[in-house]
Every structure is written in structure tokens, then in C-alpha cells.
Design a protein around this ligand. Sequence first.
Ligand SMILES: O=C(O)[C@@H](CO)OP(=O)(O)O
Ligand SMILES: [Mg+2]
Length: 395
Amino acid sequence: MTEIEKIVLRTIQDSRGNPTVEAEIYTAFGFGRAAAPSGASTGTWEAKVRPPREAIAAAREHLLPELVGRDAADQAGFDAILHEIDGTPDFSNIGANVAVALSLASAKAAADAIGADLFRYLGGAFAQKTPLPLGNVIGGGAHAANATDIQEFLIVPTGASCADEAVFANAAVHKKVKELLVAAGKGCGKGDEGAWAPRIQDIEAFELLQEAVGAVSDELNFAISMGVDVAASELWDGETYTYKDAKRSTEDQIAYIADLVDRYNLVYVEDPLQEEDFEGFAELTSQVGDRCLICGDDLYVTNTERITRGIETEASNCVLIKPNQIGTLTDTYEAVHLAHTHGMETVMSHRSGETTDETIAHLATAFECIFLKCGVVGGERIAKLNELLRIEELI
Ligand SMILES: O=C(O)[C@@H](CO)OP(=O)(O)O
Ligand SMILES: [Mg+2]
């Protein structure tokens, strides 16, 4: 029933207009399709992407013949074969883009074969809650030129009682931010993930977002909280964090972020320090971890070895999860499981380069992630958010 009969790999376009890998897996009774996203502010230790066309040609020759005939329902076995054939620690041979698309497509084909939704197939009877959407409404860094230094100014509707309220609250804040920017004479475009990308300083962005969040939250009558993805590795030059208006040592950076957490009641801070600074993360977490999630993205790259280091050093209380950083669904699950076992929260995340693939909405629900980070507007972002609305109906 779940024996793989046919696999198709093709090149499709992503939201930046770049080619990416899409995989289709067919069994006698089921079909699964998934695509690989791609990052702009990638972590050094992420699994390696191979140019899509080259990777697909190689996979057709060497990889696919080994996968046809296998059981799509044996996810661990399927993913182990991907590792075995690749033969490297970071998928630099077959490409993490090919690996992740195949791995997710296999799970979807197996779920489809028994008529189950992916979140139910993976999460079982106890998948009972959709995650809150965490979305960026202002941004800059590697995602937009000449905008803010901090990569993402995020919001999460902490007081929403259902996905419907939550998704539309984020959209309302996104609209409100535009209104405020226009009123302030700051016309602007959007960054890679659909966030507004005005030419303003970070502090102005915080003030503006606070006003927008306050107005929408008053209107809707529930709490909406703020967060950031500093993407600090992009600011780090080896000695200091270089902002347009300041240079900060590690100590200064920790003090700066801790101050922002209290000034703006931030509930979520991602990558406040560069990707090798486990100690700096630990210091910040000890200062504000009781009231704010300190989340490692480039720090952990969804890799259990690095998450283990984070657990040992008490570096953070939250782990960002991106399937394409590690290359398979099994590795993704293991990263989530390790974090949860040690009392850390997890956030399932999109990449800045995305497709309309909606799989992460299912993974976030199945794996009980606290948030689904996937932007607010734009076809490739709403694909995930709208899927979350559908999933909530089924729960
Ligand atoms: O840094 C991040 O968290 C992501 C997604 O927002 O960006 P990118 O995909 O460019 O790494
Ligand atoms: Mg990040």
C-alpha cells in the first residue's frame, strides 16, 4: 500500500524567482509532494544545498533508483537511506534541498495512502492544538537593502483563542504598520518575506510596531506581543556587532537586547548573538529567560549535536526548527524531541525563499511547536497560514 512506485523531481520557482527542488512520490494508494525552501541569512552549520538542476540530474541517476520499491511509511528507514547514499555529514553530496523535498514527500505519500492528514499521521491522536503564528511585519538585514539592522520585527497574538483570530490579528497589525508608515511619510516596499522594509532606525521600528500592536490589540480585545529575529551573525564582524548607528561588543549587545526585552515586553528573541556564542546566549537567557523565549536559529541549525551543546551550556530556552537546515523529517523530529525533553520550546519556521508548500503547518501542529514562524502576507506565506486554518477545523 505504501510501497514507492514512482518518484518525480523537478525544478520549480521560489518566491525570490530562484530555482528550487520539488519532489513527488507515488505509491499505489497515495501521493505526496513537497518542495525545498532556501535561506538568505543561512547558518554556517546548515546542511548543504546543491544547485537544483545539477542535484536533480545526479539524483535521477544515482539516488532515485535506490528509493523506488521502498516503503514510504518507514520514514526512519527512508531517511537513513538518504544519509547512507549521501555519505557525508551535511548532505553535500545529494544536496539538502533534494533530501528534504524527498523526505517530506515520502511522509505525505504515506499519510495519503491511509487517508490521513499529515499532522494527524505524524502527531497521532494527541495532536490537539495548532501553534500560534509568529510573523514579521517590519524587516531589513539580509532580507531587504537599506532598511532596519535587526532582520525581523515579529508579532505573535498571544491572547488569541483560535487560529482564525490569530491569523487575522497578525494581518491587521501588518496593515496598521503600513498606515502608520504612510502617515509618517515613510513610503516603502517589502522585504523577501513580505514584511515592510522602510528606511528607519531599529528604535523607530520598535516604536511604530508598538503603536500598531497597541491599536490592533485594543480593537480586537486580546493581547498581541512583540518579538525580533536579530540574525546577529549578519551583524557580527568577528569583533563587534556593527549597526548603522552603533558598534556593540558582546557585553554591550547582551545589555542592549536585555533592555529591549523589558522596554518593549518582547516575548521572543531569535539569534540575539552570533552563531558560535553559546556563552553569550546563556548569559542573556539567565537574565531574561524567565519572561522571554531566547531562540537559537543559526546557533543550532536544527542539529541535535548543536542543540545538545545548547542544553549543556543552558544557552537558550527555545530552538528554531527548519527542516531544510538538517535535510530529513526524521532529523527534524529528533531535534524537536530533544529540545522538548529538556524543557525547551520549539518554533517551526519557514525560510526567506519559499514556495507554496504548506508542510510546515502540519509539522508544527504534529510536533506541538509553540509557534509557527511563517510571515504574514504573500502567497507563499499565506499557503502555510491558510493551511493552519484548515488544520484547526480538523482537530
Ligand atoms: O533567519 C531566519 O529565521 C529566516 C526566516 O525568517 O531567514 P532565512 O531563511 O533567510 O535564513
Ligand atoms: Mg533566524
